[in-house]
Write a protein that binds this ligand. Structure first.
Ligand SMILES: Cc1cc2nc3c(=O)[nH]c(=O)nc-3n(C[C@H](O)[C@H](O)[C@H](O)COP(=O)(O)OP(=O)(O)OC[C@H]3O[C@@H](n4cnc5c(N)ncnc54)[C@H](O)[C@@H]3O)c2cc1C
Length: 368
């Protein structure tokens, strides 16, 4: 893949006393890291370090993304598995449907999508390179990586390294909660265009089950702090129980946490820039990558990489998505508190009043 180099092909970079080979080191080549790199490399010398051997693999994501993604990148046709027009919500005893006449979201293949983000980048991307620690010095950052005990230096580092971020951990910050998302994919054709979600408090205290038609396959999933494949199989009997299916799983960080430190910004899942009601984070990561790259440019412009200066990053991303995350956290707490009768009451209200706003990234936009 153009723009992606294996670790063997890159000259080693010495410690902080050596020449500063990079302006910015991006840790993690997921959507947040790759989009940040795309924006930053127009002005800066960027190095990307990615622990996995292949970008976008293993897939740990449903890839259900709103069309808001088009505001940031062009999604190649071969990444799109299906178009989504709406959703059917199920409680134990009832259901309602929210549907538009045109597509409002897409199901994308995250492996292909992440690869497409990497294609065409001119920066060094070292795959198979796991960052093991960082050191913040007075005039630079040292990033340590394996294999080979390598050390890289730069002026700034972006921690785009997902839910278990080593960059975030360096500063002793932890998400309020980390929950689990599980996915089972079966070989059934389904291009129906409607996602289905099931809420049953007797089975799941804090989450839901889902079905996503992926065109050439169907995805059955589960989001909860208590998610496990036995529960998923039981819920989706007979589709899953005793059958072979492709398994995917991942962690989802939830909460609001500090995202700026000396010479360092966190972007994407490492920064908990995730919708607490659904666990989706691709679009929020893109929004915040745009803000991060602008703040990095300003830091270089004023030669100020201090925590005080970089705080503007957090102020700005909170202006864009902070209210939605806070409302989402309240919704999550509310969901934990109510029982199935409470779910039925909400369903009844929605069925009577309807919902116009099907913006899955900002569903609370009309609430004041
Ligand atoms: C089951 C499941 C389903 C989901 N479905 C959706 C969905 O439908 N829509 C949606 O918008 N979001 C969804 N998400 C969330 C979405 O996957 C994340 O929000 C998104 O991937 C975050 O992007 P990112 O770039 O911040 O992090 P990631 O995509 O996690 O990328 C981080 C990268 O950093 C690398 N890395 C980590 N540690 C190191 C290290 N020490 N050194 C070097 N590299 C490192 C990782 O290998 C990875 O490539 C889902 C999540 C799960 C678990």
């Amino acid at each position: 893949m153009k723009g992606v180099e294996s670790v063997e092909n890159v000259k080693s970079v010495n410690g902080m006393k050596g020449s500063r080979a990079y302006d910015v080191i991006v840790v993690g080549a997921g959507p947040a890291g790759l989009y940040s790199t795309r924006l930053l490399e127009k002005r800066f010398n960027v190095l990307v370090l990615e622990e996995d051997k292949e970008i976008g693999k293993p897939i740990q994501c449903s890839g259900l993304v709103s069309k808001n993604l088009d505001n940031f990148v062009k999604v190649d046709g071969d990444c799109i598995e299906n178009e989504i027009k709406g959703a059917i919500f199920h409680s134990k005893n009832s259901e309602f449907r929210l549907e538009k006449s045109a597509s409002i979201a897409r199901v994308i293949d995250r492996n292909r999508f992440d690869s497409s983000l990497a294609r065409g980048l001119k920066s060094n991307i070292l795959t198979g390179t796991m960052v093991t620690g960082i050191e913040i010095g007075e005039d630079g950052v040292k990033v340590k990586a394996e294999p080979g005990g390598k050390e890289f230096v730069s002026r700034m580092v972006l921690g785009c390294d997902g839910p278990n971020s080593i960059v975030r951990n360096h500063f002793g910050v932890r998400p309020a909660e980390i929950i689990r998302g599980l996915i089972a994919i079966t070989k059934e054709k389904d291009s129906s265009g409607l996602v289905e979600l099931w809420f049953d408090k007797e089975l799941l205290d804090d989450g839901f089950f889902w079905k996503i038609p992926r065109g050439e396959s169907v995805e059955y999933g589960m989001l909860s702090k208590d998610a496990d494949f036995a529960k998923l199989e039981k819920f989706f009997t007979p589709k899953l129980k005793g059958k072979s299916y492709e398994r995917r799983a991942g962690m989802i960080p939830i909460g609001i946490q500090k995202t700026y430190f000396p010479r360092t910004l966190l972007v994407g899942d490492s920064a908990c820039q995730v919708k607490p009601w659904s666990g989706g984070g691709v679009v929020y990561g893109m929004i915040c990558a745009g803000i991060a790259s602008d703040v990095v440019s300003k830091a270089f412009g004023s030669k100020d990489f201090s925590e005080d200066f970089l705080k503007q990053y957090e102020d700005r991303w909170k202006k864009e998505i902070g209210r939605s995350i806070t409302m989402g956290l309240m919704f999550r707490e509310f969901l934990k508190d109510i029982d199935n009768q409470g779910i039925e009451k909400i369903f009844d209200k929605i069925k009577k009043k309807g919902i116009d706003n099907l913006n899955m990234d900002f569903p609370f936009a009309s609430f004041q």
